[in-house]
Design a protein around this ligand. Structure first.
Ligand SMILES: O=C(O)CCC(=O)C(=O)O
Length: 370
């Protein structure tokens, strides 16, 4: 079944699908069998609603990390094998303790050799403290050509990682390994992105707290879709391994843009008093702070849109290509009406000026109509 084929894109373009989706679905969709991609779009992406693909869907059945990383009965990590495979690598580790509830503070972050981490992990069965997280293992493994999982179709349209891989930059594809009680405090994902989290072993207790409270346990073999801008915290139960991506695409790109605009507003307020002394460079300075805080600013978001657009323009025309280009067009037009974008960006330094890119997209779309 090619469940990627769908007419929904034309329908959304015709309706001029508004990007202001209200998060008014307060429950988790549970899939025990595979929905079509179109069903997932309608039930989750358009409604910004969380979904759990349970192990019954079999999305992870063929993943080699299950056979490579777990013991024979697939209940726990095969610690020795993991050390054999990755023991020499340096990994990011967070020291979890009950009195640190703030998300992503530097004071509890460290790095260590992976074999050192595994020994701490395996010897603290009941009360683990060290959580190996945000490990870019897939990117490192790409170099040795060993792919240990495949991305389910529902999450394949991913502009963020597509751009990072095309530009050979740090990506947003992570492996997490931790013991009982290790946790990630309440947060919203970086830039307001979506995430998906596939549980390889152990259990994870998820709590969504905003905009709605939902609590549930993710079992091994379950994959969770986390919508944009939903606050959540996660606690591991037992020896837990998971794979997780942050991502965005045509369905939440306006949320990313609005998120950047909101953070910029805040930055502008905070350094308003320097405005008169900095005059010309004040807008640029705000963008520098935005980039430092969020890992993205207006010029770098534009560059991402340019890269995705150029890749789509080279593709065979299909409905999804057209939809992606249509959304990029909408967003760039919106950016061109934003004062800070016009003031802070030197279009001469861009790989292509925004108006020229819009023209190229329009002529591609017109050509397809003929
Ligand atoms: O698994 C974790 O500890 C955190 C994962 C998470 O926050 C996410 O996938 O958005």
């Amino acid at each position: 079944m090619n469940n990627n084929k769908t007419d929904i894109y034309n329908e959304l373009i015709l309706k001029d699908w508004t990007t202001n989706i209200n998060d008014n679905e307060n429950s988790l969709v549970q899939y025990n069998e595979l929905p079509t991609y179109e069903t997932f779009i309608r039930e989750c992406l358009l409604k910004n609603r969380p979904a759990l693909f349970t192990a019954k869907c079999g999305l992870m059945n063929q993943w080699s990390c299950i056979t490579e990383w777990l013991n024979k009965d697939r209940t726990e990590p095969d610690f020795d094998r993991l050390i054999n495979l990755y023991g020499h690598m340096t990994v990011p580790v967070t020291k979890c303790s009950l009195n640190i509830t703030e998300y992503n503070t530097d004071e509890n972050k460290l790095t260590m050799r992976f074999d050192e981490f595994v020994n701490l992990w395996r010897n603290n069965e009941t009360a683990s403290e060290y959580y190996c997280k945000d490990w870019h293992l897939q990117k490192m493994s790409d170099e040795t050509k060993s792919l240990f999982y495949t991305i389910p179709i529902y999450f394949q349209s991913d502009w963020l990682n597509e751009k990072c891989l095309a530009e050979n930059e740090d990506d947003f594809r992570f492996v997490y390994m931790g013991g009982n009680g290790t946790n990630t405090p309440v947060h919203m994902d970086v830039l307001g992105t979506y995430s998906w989290s596939a549980n390889i072993c152990g259990q994870k207790r998820w709590r969504f707290s905003k905009p709605y409270s939902i609590e549930f346990i993710q079992q091994p073999g379950d994959i969770l879709f986390v919508p944009s801008e939903w606050y959540h915290d996660v606690t591991n139960i037992g020896y837990t391994i998971s794979i997780n991506h942050n991502w965005f695409n045509a369905f939440n790109i306006f949320r990313i843009w609005k998120h950047l605009c909101l953070i910029l507003d805040d930055i502008e307020h905070r350094i308003e008093d320097c405005r008169s002394i900095m005059s010309d460079t004040w807008y640029e300075h705000c963008q520098l702070i935005l980039q430092a805080n969020e890992g993205m600013n207006f010029p770098s978001l534009y560059k991402l849109l340019y890269i995705i657009a150029q890749r789509r323009l080279k593709e065979n025309n299909n409905e999804q290509t057209k939809f992606d280009l249509w959304m990029i067009d909408k967003l760039i037009q919106n950016m061109l009406h934003t004062t800070a974008f016009l003031h802070a960006c030197d279009f001469d330094t861009f790989p292509q000026r925004p108006k020229a890119l819009l023209k190229q997209i329009h002529s591609f779309i017109e050509k397809q109509k003929q």
